[in-house]
Design a protein around this ligand. Structure first.
Ligand SMILES: *[C@@H]1O[C@H](CO)[C@@H](O)[C@H](O)[C@H]1NC(C)=O
Ligand SMILES: *[C@@H]1O[C@H](CO)[C@@H](O)[C@H](O)[C@H]1NC(C)=O
Ligand SMILES: *[C@@H]1O[C@H](CO)[C@@H](O)[C@H](O)[C@H]1NC(C)=O
Length: 411
């Protein structure tokens, strides 16, 4: 059978010289010798992912058919740039936010406005890093490695210290008065922490945090998704010994981290695989992982509520085309080597992003889903933090914070 197909193919090739020319031209394009394709210059190696079947996830998802997230309002427009993670301190001050220009800022009320609270790099300068509204455009990307990009923020309620996961500077800490943060972890198991993304603090002081990839940093995060590569890690920093340990490795875009209220497990999101994972810290399953929820889109940070449930920010949604790509790494190899800008390639595969947030309990049962199909509130949500009777919604790519009173009354 194999042989016959080959013979037929050879026959066609020899009888039709145009086919030969076409095949040669395509191979040339796909080899991309001038590095014109979106993946030009990268060692692009697509692999298969462990993702739940598309139809199964989409059919069972309780869609919000009222776009209730659209009821939110945008605050601090053009005052705050790409606030991925939001936090409040023990005195209720805040929000604190990590910005695209590398600063961690805090809201000090209507009179004082926003003030710079902390920096992650001694090389930060207003001249180099503060691009105001342009901070969330490509312009900032080449500066990020100098200016920093704080993605995860958590206060240690015992001492008021703020822990920071920075995409370029690893895990850092700054005292309650702010200032220049002190690096705690830049390597784990001999390998550099290339892309620290989020963190949470255990009651015993240990810090669990994610290192999204060992191959790509934040500027190139799109390649992690396109390749499906799984070199991300869950790490733990132990303050008493000042040591960093690899808890889990081989993860596909590990992103948000959240410990449970009773500290018996933690949840982390795996963005590429569109799912929430549970890692047990206590009991008979201690040290093992389980999938707790498969999502219709790409999750970012995860944050606990006062009751102990979990809000997840999701960029929506998976598409049928993506499903074909996931199962055929070779197809991604060819497609993304076409010498066409990424935004067109992405549009052609039908990627249209909108926002969804979802509330889960610790067993992965869905308690609520709010979406914004019309993109009224925001397109790239990164975190949902419940505080003072409101949801505070961060975004990595826009210049505002969205808020929404919750629970929603009469909607
Ligand atoms: C929207 O969802 C509600 C409750 O989930 C349901 O009762 C209603 O029929 C749905 N409406 C549409 C238009 O699908
Ligand atoms: C600051 O810049 C200098 C010179 O480029 C570099 O050697 C140093 O590592 C940088 N420090 C930090 C914290 O990035
Ligand atoms: C804190 O608890 C975690 C989870 O059980 C454990 O892995 C870690 O070693 C503990 N840290 C300290 C400092 O005891």
């Amino acid at each position: 059978m194999e042989k016959r197909i080959l013979q037929i193919r050879d026959g066609i090739l020899f009888q039709h010289p145009y086919v030969v020319v076409f095949v040669l031209a395509m191979s040339f394009i796909v080899m991309d010798p001038f590095e014109l394709s979106p993946v030009g210059g990268h060692d692009f190696r697509p692999v298969k992912n462990e993702i739940a079947p598309y139809q199964q996830v989409m059919d069972s998802w309780p869609w919000d058919n009222r776009s209730r997230l659209g009821l939110g309002s945008l605050e601090f427009k053009d005052e705050i740039f790409g606030p991925e993670s939001l936090e409040f301190d023990s005195w209720g001050r805040g929000p604190y936010a990590g910005l695209a220009d590398g600063r961690i800022v805090r809201w000090m009320g209507n009179d004082a406005g926003w003030e710079t609270f902390a920096l992650v790099s001694c090389n930060w300068s207003e001249k180099l890093c503060a691009q105001t509204k342009d901070s969330t455009t490509k312009k900032q990307w080449k500066l990020e490695s100098k200016c920093g990009r704080p993605l995860g923020l958590r206060f240690d309620r015992k001492n008021g210290n703020l822990y920071i996961a920075d995409a370029y500077y690893g895990l850092l800490v700054v005292g309650p008065e702010g200032g220049l943060a002190t690096p705690l972890a830049t390597h784990a198991d001999g390998k550099p922490i290339l892309f620290a993304n989020d963190l949470d603090i255990h009651h015993n002081g240990s810090i669990f945090f994610t290192d999204t990839s060992n191959r790509y940093n934040r500027v190139d995060h799109f390649f992690i998704l396109l390749e499906g590569e799984a070199t991300g890690r869950l790490l733990r920093y132990d303050p008493p010994t000042k040591t960093t340990h690899v808890v889990l490795n081989g993860l596909a875009f590990p992103n948000g981290v959240q410990l449970s209220k009773d500290q018996s497990f933690l949840l982390y999101t795996e963005t590429t695989n569109c799912r929430i994972m549970k890692y047990f810290l206590k009991g008979p399953k201690s040290g093992t992982t389980e999938t707790v929820a498969n999502l219709p889109g790409f999750p970012d940070n995860i944050r606990i509520t006062e009751k102990g449930d979990f809000w997840v920010a999701i960029d929506c949604c998976r598409t049928t085309t993506q499903e074909v790509f996931i199962h055929n790494p070779w197809l991604r190899s060819v497609y993304f080597r076409l010498p066409i800008p990424m935004r067109y390639l992405a549009r052609m595969v039908g990627m249209r992003m909108y926002t969804m947030i979802s509330l889960f309990n610790g067993d992965g049962e869905i308690l609520d889903v709010l979406d914004d199909k019309k993109g009224v509130v925001m397109k790239l949500v990164s975190e949902v933090k419940e505080a003072n009777g409101k949801l505070w919604i961060g975004t990595v790519a826009h210049n505002h914070i969205a808020t929404l009173p919750y629970p929603l009354e009469n909607h």
